[in-house]
Design a binder for this molecule. Structure first.
Ligand SMILES: NC(=O)c1ccc[n+]([C@@H]2O[C@H](COP(=O)([O-])OP(=O)(O)OC[C@H]3O[C@@H](n4cnc5c(N)ncnc54)[C@H](O)[C@@H]3O)[C@@H](O)[C@H]2O)c1
Length: 261
């Protein structure tokens, strides 16, 4: 039980990784303030943890400035004070595929397509961090974890997506690179107020992918295979815990060695 002193606020918590983090955080004794867009993911998450007194759920669109501006005040009025915040929400390839949409090819990407992803993945993360600055930072020690990707500081391997029902899209990698800029900018800004901020960069997480895709991506990874969501959660729990207190401004790759060849 390493997280008994933690109240963890997480955006986009109903997804593949978010729901895993929530389950593992609760098991480690944390109080979890889960948030997400309304919809089937949010409903499934609430159903999974119904009756657990350490779990609360709030609807939150990270792209909606008015909602973000009031969210921590709402949580605090309800009696909980988050000391860990996870910028986890994102428009992802998984999400688009699940909704039956795919991102256009690069040449056909409109500014509106690009800016929609930018608004959620980067402006949303900025707004959550800014609200954390206003409502939490300096009042008590706190930490922010921004979620990037193995495709933040490394280019996507485009050929592995040939013929697949999903592909890597430009706005994704670009916003994931940008989020680490938020981390390093804030790390020094918040240090005097006893807040740390780090980035986690998960590798390719298995979620029912075909054998052929697993083979192609596995060849790019030292470990030779995709990650299980719980393997990403192992590192996330460390960043959420008091044991990471002297770590700030860092990017932690959890990618089976993908970025280290
Ligand atoms: N799964 C992977 O292989 C992988 C790899 C690297 C990084 N990541 C990153 O990890 C994080 C979680 O990924 P995942 O695999 O669970 O993705 P997912 O698509 O399963 O979940 C994303 C979640 O974000 C939420 N979301 C989207 N737009 C939102 C908005 N405007 N406001 C609030 N919530 C919103 C969705 O409702 C969903 O619950 C993301 O930041 C993703 O980029 C995932």
């Amino acid at each position: 039980m390493t997280l008994q002193d933690r109240t963890i606020f997480i955006t986009g918590s109903g997804g593949v990784l978010g729901s895993t983090y929530v389950r593992r955080m609760l098991a480690e004794g944390a109080r979890v303030v889960a948030t997400d867009l309304p919809g089937h993911r949010a409903e499934a998450l609430q159903a999974a943890h119904e009756g657990n007194e350490s779990f609360r759920f709030y609807e939150l669109d990270v792209g909606d400035e008015a909602q973000v501006t009031e969210i921590f005040q709402r949580v605090m009025k309800d009696g909980w004070e988050p000391n860990v915040v996870l910028n986890n929400a994102a428009i992802t390839g998984e999400m688009l595929m699940g909704a039956g949409k795919s991102f256009p090819d690069f040449a056909d990407t409109t500014v509106a397509d690009f800016e929609r992803t930018l608004h959620t993945n980067l402006t949303g993360a900025f707004m959550v961090a800014r609200q954390m600055d206003r409502d939490i930072v300096g009042r008590y020690p706190a930490t922010l974890i921004n979620v990037a990707s193995m495709y933040a500081l490394n280019g996507a391997h485009h050929p592995i997506y040939d013929g697949m029902p999903f592909k890597n899209f430009s706005a994704y990698g670009i916003t994931k690179a940008g989020i680490h800029g938020l981390t390093v900018w804030l790390a020094g800004y918040w240090a005097p107020r006893k807040a740390t901020v780090n980035t986690i960069a998960p590798g390719a997480v298995f979620n029912g992918h075909s054998e052929e895709f697993q083979r192609r991506v596995g060849e790019l990874i030292m470990a030779g295979r995709m990650a299980q969501p719980d393997e990403i959660a192992d590192a996330m729990l460390f960043l959420c815990s008091a044991q990471s207190g002297y770590v700030t401004g860092q990017l932690l790759n959890v990618d089976g060695g993908f970025s280290a060849w």
